[in-house]
Design a binder for this molecule. Structure first.
Ligand SMILES: Nc1ncnc2c1ncn2[C@@H]1O[C@H](COP(=O)(O)OP(=O)(O)OP(=O)(O)O)[C@@H](O)[C@H]1O
Ligand SMILES: [Mg+2]
Length: 257
């Protein structure tokens, strides 16, 4: 479905990613972990075609996003939903305008019709539309904002792939669990391939079919939980050291779709 092959990327003179190769198959969930600044968000931006690699290929269904014309890229992007690191709702727009943003901008559907779709979507992401539909994002909790952002991504695209950049950062444990359950539900009910960047080891373990660890712009691990636990790569061990004690406990936990 998505394949990165020998991807190198620099911001100007600053090298950020070196020789990144991994793939995500249809309906698979891959979690990307790694220290701050290692290049995780950049990988998502490359997959979305927002940045272009200096070397290597990024394939979406065997087509190279990196060399595609902008128009074709926009078409591909309709199949990719993205939830950005900071949630990124529009502060001055109400919940329904946020969720229906793409439809308001790009279709001729009436406000009424878009409102109806927004209500339906809010229900799907587990929010009570009646209570929040006319509110501004600042009047919602962090967990609710994150779910509104996921709803917006779903209504903006017809995603076959969802990218989540730290979807649970800053949330209390209950809200984080709700968001993770929603991510799993989308993956299983709608067969959406999923890439999640997270620092939360419990979430990672609950969400991942496979793990990728990025360290200083290099891919240093690609494998399942057992392999991750047993990895003898020092960089992987260093990164996981603070979480080691919680591994046993959280290993059993799987979010329900
Ligand atoms: N627009 C930009 N221009 C220049 N450098 C950038 C830009 N965006 C990110 N970088 C740099 O690229 C590197 C990788 O950044 P990236 O945001 O991908 O890291 P990350 O792994 O997502 O980190 P975090 O866990 O803190 O979100 C960092 O050194 C960062 O400073
Ligand atoms: Mg990031």
């Amino acid at each position: 479905m998505i394949e990165l092959k020998n991807v190198h990327f620099s911001y100007g003179e600053k090298p950020v990613l070196q020789n990144i190769t991994f793939s995500v198959s249809s309906s698979e969930s891959v979690v990307i972990m790694g220290p701050s600044g290692s290049g995780k968000s950049t990988i998502l931006r490359l997959i979305l075609g927002l940045e272009c690699p200096q070397h290597g290929e990024i394939l979406f269904d065997d087509e190279n996003i990196a060399t595609m014309k902008e128009k074709h890229k926009r078409e591909i992007r309709k199949a990719i939903g993205m939830v950005f690191q900071d949630g990124a709702l529009f502060d001055s727009l109400s919940v329904w305008e946020n969720v229906g943003y793409y439809l308001l901008e790009h279709t001729r559907l009436s406000d009424e019709e878009i409102g109806r779709k927004a209500v339906e979507m809010l229900g799907f992401v587990g929010l009570n539309a009646d209570e929040i539909i006319d509110k501004l994002p600042e009047h919602l909790s962090g967990g609710m904002q994150r779910r509104v952002a996921i709803g917006r991504a779903l209504l903006s695209t017809n995603p076959r792939v969802m990218l989540y950049d730290e979807p649970t950062t800053g949330l209390d444990p209950q809200s984080a669990e709700n968001v993770c359950n929603l991510i799993r539900k989308l993956q299983s009910e709608k067969s959406i391939s999923t890439i999640v960047v997270t620092h939360q080891i419990a979430d990672a373990i609950g969400l991942a079919d496979r793990f990728v660890v990025i360290y200083a712009g290099e891919l240093v691990f690609d494998g399942n939980l057992e392999q991750l636990r047993d990895s003898d790569d020092q960089r992987v061990r260093d990164f996981l050291a603070p979480f080691k004690s919680s591994f046993g406990e959280v290993a059993e936990k799987k979010f329900v779709g």
